[in-house]
Each structure stands twice: as C-alpha cells, then as structure tokens.
Design a binder for this molecule. Structure first.
Ligand SMILES: NC(=O)c1ccc[n+]([C@@H]2O[C@H](COP(=O)([O-])OP(=O)(O)OC[C@H]3O[C@@H](n4cnc5c(N)ncnc54)[C@H](O)[C@@H]3O)[C@@H](O)[C@H]2O)c1
Length: 434
C-alpha cells in the first residue's frame, strides 16, 4: 500500500464491522512498522485482498465504498463458515461468538497491513505487542439488539453508562469545561482523546487520569482547531490509534470581548476563527471518519456535540465576536444535523451558562473577575466576591454552571436517540426558550 491515508480509512471501516456485529464499541489499531516486510501474519488472522477487480476504466474503484463491501463480505463469510482455528460455525442466535482479533488487508501489489482488534486500548496494544492473534470470544450481552443499533447499557447505575467503553474526542480538553467533560467521560468508562492547543496541559491531564483510572482512559493530542491541516492530522492519529470514534465534542473556544465601535478586525477574526470556523473544520473531518464507520455499521448511532454558550441564544453586550460566532454555531449545528442524519450521526449543541468557578472566570491573573474588577465593568463592585455575586444574581437558580451540569446534558443527548439539530440550554433558567 502506498497510500497511508487510505489505509487509515480502513481502520474505521473495520471498526464498523465489529460495531455492527456485536452492538458494542471496539478499538482497532493499525500495525504501523518501519519494515512492513517483517510483518508475520498470525495464523488466526482474517486475510482479505481488497484490490480492485475488473475493468477500472469502465467502473473505477471507489476506495471507501468498495473496500467496505469486500471487507463486509469476507467478514460475514468467515463468521458463517468456519474460523481458521476450527471453531465451529456460528449463527446469529449463538450467544457466544468468535471473531478474528487481527485482520490482514492487501491492496494491489503492496504488503499486507495488519489491524488488531480488542475491546479497549490496553488490550489491543498488548495483543499487538505479543502478536497474539487468538480469536476474540464475545458473549452477547442482554442489551444486544437484533437491529444492531448500539446498546446503551442503561440500568440502575445510571445515565453515565451510555458512554462506557465508547471512544470520545474532546477539543479544548486540557482545562475548563473541556477538562470537566474529559474527566466525566473517563470516569464513566470511555476512552477519551484530549485534543488541545496546549499539548503539555493535555499530556499532564491524561497522565493524571490514566493513573487514577488504572487504565489508558485518556490519550493526549496536540491540535489547533482553527487550522485544517492540524485537524486532519489529528483525525489520522485517532484512526491509527483506535480505529474510530463514537462521540466528538467540539468544545475549544476563546473569548476576546470588545465594543463594535472599537474592536480590531483581527480580534474578531481570531474569536470567530476558533469558535465558528474551528467548529466547521472539526465537524468536516469528524463526519468523514464517522461516515467511513457507517459504511460497515449502518445502524450504529454516533454523536457530534458542540459546546456552545448561552451567548449563542442571546446577544452579549460588547462581546459581538463571541456571541455572533456562537449564534452561527447553532446554524451550523442545525444544518449539519440535517445532512449527517443520513449516516446516523446526530449533531446537537449544549449552551451552558457562565462557569463561574472555571479558569476563564476565576484565574487569579487573567480571569474575567479580575479583568472586570480592573475595568469597573460592574458598577459599585469593590471585590471579586462582589462581581461573582452580581453574575450569580442574574441566574434564577443563583449559581454558575458546572461541569457536572454539562455532563448531564451530554449523557442526555447520547441516550436520546430521537433528537438531532437541537441547542440545549444549561443555564439555571437564565435563558428560557420561547
Ligand atoms: N467559561 C464559561 O463561562 C463558558 C460559558 C458558556 C460556554 N463556554 C464555552 O465552553 C467552551 C470551553 O470554555 P472554557 O471556559 O472551558 O475555556 P478555557 O479557556 O478555560 O479552556 C479552553 C481550552 O481550549 C483550548 N484552546 C483554545 N484555542 C484552541 C484551539 N485553537 N485549538 C485547540 N484548543 C484550543 C485552550 O488551550 C484551553 O485548554 C468554549 O467553547 C466556551 O465558549 C464557556
């Protein structure tokens, strides 16, 4: 294979095969080696040649679609015939089923590329290191649905189970709301890519979470969401590392307040470049990946969630670049939702109120409280506590928004399969829709 990009698409297509077969999340890892000639293919692996057959001029090979079709046929044939190890054929009613843990894919005259499959990142990495191709034995859980749709394991343990074993991406995940969401998802059993311009912060947080969770629950990635090449590279990293995604949370955001009479166009462009254009770029590349998974897992539902703001629902005085970009984000959300529903991708926005205890407001040097105190934005306020009280008083529920409030909305959106294109306020009643 001379095109690495196409091979990375295969990871998502292969992940789709496993999602569809068991209605559970899987991690697929592409085996990347400098010396591919040295790859030995495990005996139990499912080997598939996806090279185009027939007259290319008359019917050109469409890489994703045609590869998905060939892989699907090979996977289904393997499942219903006999595994190479001699495991008996399985039927759709069998409770315990066996699947290959390694697929070897050949394209044209290239060497084969191996993909390893297991239920979590640690297991798949161990398997790859040991070159252990033993079959995966999977017992269908009681939630398995014959229509192969994902099975949110909702029970007494609560709503957070909807993300257990799922793969998530959180942009701007190194601090603030993003950090809270990353921590919430990891604690609920997800594998989370922490994507941030602050790569060091993302790495530090990932280390902390992995030590606390005693597993690889978080993987840091450095990205600038306003730069398409950087976003594209991040999605290739996700494909190589885990094969795909179930949940993409576009949270990275910036704020530079300013009067329309005074604000520099550069500041306006900076804010909208991250908050508005950055959201478009993230969805463009996330949706391409999710669409590849959908080729082989058509009933698997995935989610894209934008962390918008109450300023996406109501104008914000001397803060037009921010509010305008956030209003635009809701337009994008509704438009993307209409298009991407065809691939079973739901797109929704969450509109939180002020996170008064978060770093954007509370940072002792650059936080909004300090800035507002210095500039006299709140008439009569003499201390930071006065400013905080002023903003709390605006909220019918008399407090700022928290990470836990936002997490409840995230779980709701994922659990709610019958809704897309919505903007959900989480503002303690500060914004009431009418
Ligand atoms: N803090 C609030 O009161 C509040 C209220 C409503 C909505 N929001 C929204 O929540 C989201 C997070 O805000 P926050 O308050 O946690 O912000 P924050 O400043 O505390 O954290 C933002 C994170 O995003 C990262 N980031 C910034 N630009 C980036 C880029 N170009 N590419 C990748 N990462 C980048 C930063 O490094 C940082 O880690 C934003 O979209 C914001 O608009 C915040």
């Amino acid at each position: 294979m001379n095109n690495q990009g196409e091979h990375q698409n295969l990871a998502a297509i292969i992940r789709g095969l496993y999602l569809a077969a068991m209605g559970k999340s899987w991690v697929v890892c592409q085996d990347i080696r400098k010396d591919p000639e040295s790859l030995t293919i495990p005996q139990e692996a499912l080997s598939v040649d996806i090279s185009p057959a027939g007259d290319q001029a008359a019917s050109p090979f469409r890489f994703d679609e045609d590869a998905a079709k060939i892989l699907n046929e090979a996977f289904t044939a393997w499942e219903f015939e006999r595994a190479p190890s001699g495991v008996e054929a399985v039927t759709r009613t069998t409770r315990t089923r066996h699947f290959p843990s390694c697929m070897a894919v050949k394209y044209g005259d290239s060497t084969q590329t191996l993909y390893w499959i297991d239920q979590n990142l640690d297991a798949v990495r161990k398997r790859m290191a040991e070159r252990n191709g033993a079959l995966l034995e999977v017992v269908r859980d009681r939630h398995f649905r014959e229509d192969q749709s994902p099975a949110p394991e909702l029970d007494a343990a609560g709503r957070s189970n909807v993300v257990k074993n799922r793969i998530a991406l959180v942009t701007g995940g190194a601090q603030g709301f993003g950090e809270e969401i990353v921590r919430g998802l990891a604690a609920s059993g997800a594998l989370v890519f922490i994507a941030d311009l602050n790569g060091e912060g993302a790495e530090k947080l990932a280390k902390q979470i992995n030590a606390a969770e005693k597993r690889t629950a978080a993987v840091p990635v450095t990205v600038n969401v306003a730069d398409e090449a950087s976003v594209e590279a991040m999605f290739q990293t996700i494909r190589k590392t885990a094969g795909g995604l179930d949940l993409c949370i576009s949270n990275a955001g910036v704020l530079r307040a300013g009067s329309v009479l005074e604000q520099d166009v550069e500041d306006f462009k900076f804010v909208t470049g991250v908050n508005y254009t950055g959201y478009f770029i993230i969805v463009k590349h996330a949706a391409r990946l999710l669409k590849q998974q959908h080729l082989t897992a058509p009933a698997w539902k995935t989610d894209i969630i934008q962390i918008n703001s109450k300023s996406g629902l109501e104008g914000s005085n001397k803060n037009g670049a921010y509010a305008g970009g956030k209003f635009g984000g809701i337009g994008l959300t509704a438009s993307f939702a209409r298009e991407l529903v065809a691939y079973n991708i739901k797109v929704n926005a969450i509109c939180p109120g002020n996170f008064l205890n978060g770093p954007l407001w509370s940072d002792p040097e650059k936080g909004l409280f300090v800035q507002y105190l210095k500039t006299g934005k709140v008439p009569g306020a003499k201390t930071i506590a006065d400013i905080k009280a002023f903003y709390e008083a605006k909220v019918p529920m008399k407090r700022g928004c928290t990470g836990a409030d936002v997490m409840r909305a995230v779980y709701y959106i994922i659990e709610q399969e019958y809704e897309t294109g919505q903007a959900i306020p989480v503002t303690g009643g500060q914004i009431m829709l009418h």
